[in-house]
Design a protein around this ligand. Structure first.
Ligand code: CA
Ligand code: CA
Length: 334
């Protein structure tokens, strides 16, 4: 068969259709067999590994890896829809078990945006910065592959971890890459850049004592301050005041702490106000306080906690409440 040189070159860069399927597939396999055998040896695959091959071509390495990765997962990405179609047919049985998935894509635009692969089958980069005259700042990245420059670009790295471990994440096999509390290598160890005020969940950074490395900030944000604390019922017996307090419980609150004082409770004097309860459930929205009335006003305020972080102080509720009636002004006709 004679083909124009330009046509062959185009087929090699992006095989398609019958020619790609029947000629270039087997050709690629033969040419790359030695390279693929070397890759396979380097990988030292375990049964439960998660492997990604970028540019699987005729699928030779997929076939070599499949019997070894019996309890894991093999992902494959190739730029050629024809090669993907051919290999899907060839490995239909494995694909039907859910242990292999082949997609059209490129290394630059992987169709696995949130999947942890324990062993990329060919060396590719988790993050690259490229093009001359580029100066990149790469901060607080958590990856499990190399990061590198291309084409003469410049980059400065800080707080980079390239050895992310599968055990640090909630469920890497399903793409849930939220951090587990055991990921102590990356939790509460850095300051987030000023431009990065939230995490991949849209939750504010930091949560806990400091920010975390990677896309996820572990934990729940501090509860919002309660702003509708009020006394809904009160009675006195001698100098004992019994007051029912109500409020709207904020999200993320695990515990609620209530205090009272004979003076307005401020941020500065919060710790000096007398403790009513420090162990009320975060979802509670009512509390009956029994206090000795020092005479004059009694002020109440609360803070909520998500386990580690406090909310701001609530508004003050107070007793006795004073009801002010505005005068009615009649406008008389002249
Ligand atoms: Ca944190
Ligand atoms: Ca988060």
């Amino acid at each position: 068969m004679i083909m124009p040189a330009r046509f062959i070159a185009r087929q090699l860069s992006h095989p398609s259709g019958a020619i790609g399927r029947w000629i270039l597939g087997p050709l690629w396999n033969r040419r790359n067999r030695a390279l693929n055998d070397a890759s396979l040896e380097q990988l030292a695959l375990q049964a439960d590994d998660r492997v990604l091959e970028v540019g699987f071509g005729g699928g030779y390495l997929l076939g070599r890896m499949s019997p070894l990765v019996t309890d894991g997962f093999i992902g494959g990405v190739d730029i050629s829809a024809a090669m993907v179609e051919q290999c899907r047919a060839r490995y239909r049985a494995v694909i039907q078990t859910g242990k292999m998935d082949l997609k059209v894509g490129t290394a630059e635009r992987l169709p696995y945006p949130a999947i942890y692969f324990s062993k990329p089958a060919h060396t590719f980069s988790s993050i690259e910065w490229r093009l001359p005259n580029t100066t990149a700042s790469l901060v607080n990245n958590l990856v499990n592959g190399q990061m590198r420059e291309r084409d003469g670009a410049h980059g400065t790295l800080s707080n980079t971890i390239t050895t992310a471990h599968v055990s640090w994440f909630v469920n890497a096999s399903t793409g849930d890459l939220h951090l587990l509390p055991t990921a102590i290598t990356v939790i509460d160890v850095v300051a987030a850049p000023a431009e990065t005020s939230d995490d991949i969940d849209g939750e504010p950074r930091p949560i806990g004592n400091a920010s975390d490395i990677g896309a996820d900030e572990y934990g729940s944000p501090a509860p919002l301050a309660v702003n509708d604390l009020r006394v809904t019922h009160a009675s006195t017996a001698g100098n004992i005041l019994t007051a029912t307090l109500r409020w709207t419980a904020p999200a993320n609150a695990l515990t609620t702490t209530l205090r009272y004082s004979g003076t307005l409770i401020t941020v500065a004097n919060w710790n000096g106000a007398a403790l009513l309860t420090g162990s009320l459930h975060g979802a509670a929205n009512v509390f009956t306080a029994t206090v000795t009335n020092p005479g004059g006003m009694v002020y109440f305020a609360l803070k909520s906690r998500n386990g580690t972080d406090w909310s701001a102080r609530s508004n003050n509720a107070f007793w006795p409440q004073q009801t002010v009636y505005l005068p009615i002004i009649l406008q008389s006709s002249p």
